[in-house]
Ligand binder design. Sequence first.
Ligand SMILES: [Zn+2]
Ligand SMILES: [Zn+2]
Ligand SMILES: [Zn+2]
Length: 360
Amino acid sequence: MTEQPESVREIRINPIVPSESVLVSTARGMRPRKDEAPAPRDTRKHVDRCPFCKGNEHMTPPTVAASPGEEGWSVRVVENLYPVLGDDSRSGNLVFGLQQAIEGYGRHEVIIDHPEHGVAIQDMSEDHLFRLTGVYRDRIRSLYETDERIQYVLVFKNFGPAAGASIPHTHSQVVAMPVVPENVYNEVTHSRRYFEKSRQCIFCSLIDEALTFEAKIYDRESGAIRRQIDVGQYVIERGEHFVAIKPFASRYEWEIHILPLKHSSDFVNINDAERHDLARVLKHSMQRLDAVIGGAQYNFFLHSIPHNNEFADCDASYHWHLEICPRTSIPTGFELGSGLFVSTISPEQAAQQLRAVEID
Ligand SMILES: [Zn+2]
Ligand SMILES: [Zn+2]
Ligand SMILES: [Zn+2]
């Protein structure tokens, strides 16, 4: 086990999107942020007035899809009552000087993750998570197929009011949009550039590094070890097909990324064996987070290759992943104004704490 240095203060550049960086500053008194109070968990099984609870199906828009079927559903998909994008706009793109707007065309659906009201991801069975990720895959595929204007289908989950969840019943959302969202755009273009130079997928390289890299960084003057990078230092959970890692330069202190070990650009190509393993790695990662930060409010979202012509050549350079971003503190003006996020725990320490949780 490596001795953690007394304190770390350094700016780390995101290796995938170099324009994103994080200030890791673990020194006491460097807490610019206010802690986000953990949301009280609503663990009720059934709530009479909740539109997403079983038996209240008449309170939602009609079912778009359900698994295993509409009767006795375990996962149910409905249109969002308040879509951020809808299909009624036919105005075309608006351009006025430097101001451009793309018509707000798209689809917005809600995935009711589970019939029980207050069950958290880590409490769902692996079989259920297998089913849920199957619904994610089917909705993404179907939305791409129904309209060729759709360039990206984003699946995400908000859990807890700080993460933007307005309905407490556990749910995910799917937004099909006519543009590629900036975060994905940046990842895809930067990883393509990396591939052009090195003929390697940067995500695969990072996984290899996370699994095998070992290095000592010495102080130039004294010769003392300044930092030691251990094997598996960033690995939180390893399955047969997936790995959960704590990124070296992540904006959120407890951020976890889950990636397939075998290179794959598109989540919709996931097979059943992989999906079983994903269910296990996801459940364990959420159990670890819950044990360490307790009652976490978080967002998670799937980043997968966009379905458009611009990125048709990115199969070898892009690598899909799931990003889990717990909201443990409120970003400060400094962070929002500078884009430089501050992490008061080093990613190495965070990974170590998450890894140390005993999973039954
Ligand atoms: Zn409910
Ligand atoms: Zn890869
Ligand atoms: Zn990403």
